[in-house]
Ligand binder design. Sequence first.
Ligand code: TYD
Length: 153
Amino acid sequence: MQVTLVILKPSAVQRGILGEVISRFEKKGLQIVGMKMINLTDEVLKVHYSHLVEKPFYGRIKDSMQVSPVIVMALKGVDAVNVVRKITGSTNGRDAQPGTIRGDYSISVQENIVHASDSDETAQIELSRFFTADEIFNYPQLMIQNIYANDEY
Ligand code: TYD
């Protein structure tokens, strides 16, 4: 089992589609093991988007992520990092496949509804950036036998 980080961006909060987006992850069979609303500070964003800090458009990305609070979620499942990235779709909403979250809800590169960790290593780092150990919950997924074969998890 893997745990990955998702951020429901201000574009999801403001458009009132949090429930629909969260529902997609739940219906897939991913287990929500952490979830809270937070404000993203300048300091956290600089670290979170360190690969983009030098880009000319970093300022608008930062501003966009601070339009409102965001929801951070920890999602658990077999191969959760890859599964969540696939459900999320490619970065640019205009290119993202229909059926993905970005493909269905976004027509923008920046206002693209969700962030999802891109590797297991990044997921570990990003989860510890937004959650303390006691904010990630370990509880039985009661329908697990209807979600996976018993040799899959
Ligand atoms: P990135 O980490 O490249 O993509 P992803 O979110 O799919 O992992 O970029 C982070 C966010 O920065 C992206 O979700 C939207 C924004 N962004 C832009 O606004 N313009 C750009 O050209 C890029 C590359 C990203």
